[in-house]
Design a protein around this ligand. Structure first.
Ligand SMILES: Nc1ncnc2c1ncn2[C@@H]1O[C@H](COP(=O)(O)OS(=O)(=O)O)[C@@H](OP(=O)(O)O)[C@H]1O
Ligand SMILES: [Mg+2]
Ligand SMILES: [Mg+2]
Ligand SMILES: [Mg+2]
Length: 409
């Protein structure tokens, strides 16, 4: 018969020892797990393609970081090109400044994506065939691109450091040739959006969005000529100040489910960010609406008729580029109208991907003129959509009703 052991018996003390050792093992495991969770984002920084190869890790922090840093570095190039070549006075028949900026920024950003997410596809606006035929232009772009680096050597290294040669720069530009589509990880890149704004020293944007299985998950937009101050008055002539001025230059970003942020553009590591959101609008008649500058790109008469129908009396704020999405996302404006001039124009995914997630994460909706979400799964264009309408969640139904009434849909 087995007699119950007394507290001071040898078998009791060995039981206690066993319990104690189990306790130690358990707490060590808990500690190890919490350290592993805390360092997960750091781990993905050390192993750049970690997230892309492990679909279970879906926080997109690494993608956001690389997108922000790559856009920030590309803005160094576009600024250099502007102050060296364009200076807002360029005649429109000399297209070279914008061409240099477009190709150069596309090369720098694709290099950063390739280095960190080698298996991803890229839909870039530009392709290098014309550049291969123009040796002088290619040499000029290479002269400017080869010296672009972030002041912080570590950050620059994360993006792949300097490009190795002019030939490799051309090859890299051509890697933006994905057809897009409904499956996989696809980056949509507009190296300079608002090319006309860039040339006149007004608004332009360097835009990068990550689309996963047809949905935009991450967006980063650099706007070198937007004021850092969210409340500064802006209009079509707000723009480039002196080279190196710290009053202008903002980097926006968003990740699905994690909100939208902005920070000043910097030359090195990322500056501290703050979260941004759309402005609550009590009375829609007091909303401010943004539209493009080019009459050929959106129907300004129809935009004005929608505003009038909503009781809006303030004049529109006209800005080039995805700076319009950025402005409403930070509450410097409320509604973005891009009503079509021609119903058959297909918007390009790189003109909207980053702005779409930025506004949605800042508390807004982005739809076409029928009120349907933008569909990024159709290839290089938004073939299933017509026009763009964006506003705070609470206003979108009213705005779409006004759009339908004006366009007789
Ligand atoms: N017909 C037509 N309709 C609509 N959109 C068009 C059209 N033609 C061109 N584009 C694209 O417009 C992009 C620039 O948009 P913006 O918002 O800067 O233009 S505007 O200021 O609103 O007029 C511009 O992008 P970038 O080429 O990157 O500047 C074009 O892709
Ligand atoms: Mg564009
Ligand atoms: Mg462009
Ligand atoms: Mg273009």
């Amino acid at each position: 018969m087995i007699s119950p052991s007394r507290p001071d018996s040898p078998s009791s003390s060995s039981n206690w020892l066993r319990v104690l050792s189990r306790l130690v093992i358990c707490s060590t495991l808990i500690l190890a797990l919490s350290v592993a969770l805390k360092t997960r984002s750091r781990l993905s920084l050390l192993l750049p393609s970690f997230s892309s190869q492990h679909p279970a890790v879906m926080s997109y922090q690494q993608e956001r970081y690389i997108a922000e840093l790559a856009v920030q570095r590309a803005c160094l190039l576009t600024q250099k090109v502007f102050f060296e070549k364009a200076k807002g006075t360029v005649s429109k028949d000399d297209k070279s400044p914008v061409t240099i900026g477009d190709f150069g920024a596309q090369a720098l950003i694709i290099q950063a994506i390739r280095k960190n997410f080698p298996n991803d596809e890229i839909v870039g606006e530009e392709e290098a065939s014309s550049l291969r035929a123009d040796k002088d232009l290619s040499a000029e772009i290479w002269r400017l691109v080869k010296d672009i680096k972030l002041e912080d050597a570590e950050s620059d290294k994360v993006l792949g450091g300097p490009l190795p040669s002019e030939e490799s720069m051309l090859d890299i530009i051509d890697q933006g040739n994905s057809a897009g589509g409904p499956k996989g990880r696809i980056w949509a890149l507009d190296p300079i959006d608002g090319t006309k704004g860039f040339l006149r020293g007004g608004q332009y944007a360097v835009c990068l969005g990550l689309i996963v299985d047809g949905d935009v998950k991450v967006g980063a937009i650099g706007t070198p000529n937007l004021p850092v101050d969210d409340n500064a008055t802006i209009n079509a002539s707000t723009g480039a100040q002196q080279e190196g001025s710290s009053a202008n230059g903002v980097l926006f970003s968003a990740v699905e489910g994690e909100g939208a942020t902005s920070r000043p553009l910097s030359n090195g590591t990322l500056a501290p960010s703050k979260s941004i959101s759309m402005r609550p609008v009590g009375n829609i008649a007091e909303a401010v609406f943004c539209e493009g500058v080019e009459a050929a790109h959106s129907a300004q008469g129809d935009n004005a008729a929608v505003a009038e129908r909503l009781g809006i009396t303030a004049p529109s704020v006209r800005l080039d580029s995805q700076a319009k999405y950025c402005s409403i996302a930070r509450g410097a404006g409320d509604i973005y109208l891009r009503l079509p001039v021609k119903k058959d124009y297909q918007e390009k995914i790189w003109d909207h991907a980053a702005g779409d997630i930025l506004v949605r994460e800042a508390g807004g909706q982005v739809t076409d003129i029928y009120g349907n979400r933008l569909d990024f799964s159709k290839g290089r264009t938004l073939a299933a959509n017509t026009g763009v309408v964006a506003s705070p969640n609470a206003l979108q139904d009213q705005v779409i009703a006004a759009v339908k009434a004006v366009l007789k849909l």
